[in-house]
Design a binder for this molecule. Structure first.
Ligand code: ZN
Length: 230
């Protein structure tokens, strides 16, 4: 389960909101691990060493990897892709780390098993509809986007999960699924408050957006339930 923590930077409310959010998250069933993905409201549209440090102190690393059932998940700080003008050394550090992760994942070694899938989580989508669309506030700049797309595809990344757009969007191009999910809170389009359920099997990654209403009334669709039981 992943969240982007949406807290306005530099406001007198931030401290209180962080406290409230942490208190609310305590209500989550402890068997569900929580993973946080940082975004522009956490670090600023132009992050600085100090905003990144503040985030890491409260919520943990801004980029990291974890494994679940043979699946390698990489959580990235996409603000460093968007505008690292105030912290170029942090972008360099993430770049070096990402490169090492991707090359290790795509080269098989006797000490480390090859991941069944590689999934990426980053706040800002690579693109909203098409890999060659124009630059926009809600996507990554084309040169940065193309560079990441090429490296992700080469490493065999299956899907990239993002938010930021507050609408459902994305597309599958060249075997890489770009999944943009709307929000549980503020909607900017026609979608309803909801969450995306992702079911990962040995062969595939299946995802479906559910409104909170739908989940409450009917729960997951039968086909997804069956996959989870298999
Ligand atoms: Zn955002």
């Amino acid at each position: 389960m992943s969240f982007s923590v949406i807290l306005p930077l530099g406001t007198p409310f931030r401290e209180g909101q962080e406290k409230d959010l942490k208190a609310a998250l305590k209500g989550t069933d402890p068997s569900i691990p929580l993973v946080f993905v940082s975004g522009n409201h956490d670090l600023g549209n132009t992050p600085t060493p100090s905003t990144v440090e503040q985030y890491c102190r409260e919520w943990g690393d801004d980029y990291f990897s974890f494994w679940v059932g043979g699946v390698l998940c990489l959580v990235l700080n996409s603000q460093l892709f968007f505008d690292a003008s105030a912290c170029p050394e942090l972008r360099e550090a993430q770049e070096a780390w990402l490169e090492a992760q991707l090359s290790r994942a795509s080269s098989s070694s006797s000490t480390e098993p090859k991941p069944k899938h590689i999934l990426i989580f980053q706040h800002i989508p690579l693109y909203l509809k098409s890999p060659d669309e124009e630059d926009d506030y809600f996507n990554l700049q084309r040169t940065v986007r193309q560079n990441l797309l090429d490296r992700f595809k080469k490493a065999g990344v299956k899907a990239v999960f993002s938010g930021h757009y507050h609408r459902n969007a994305g597309g599958c191009h060249g075997g890489l699924d770009m999944v943009v999910s709307s929000a549980i809170g503020c909607q900017l389009g026609e979608d309803t408050h909801g969450v995306r359920v992702v079911v990962v099997t040995a062969d595939s990654v299946i995802h479906r957006y559910y409104s909170l209403e739908q989940l409450r009334a009917r729960g997951l669709d039968e086909d997804l339930k069956k996959l989870l039981q298999a």
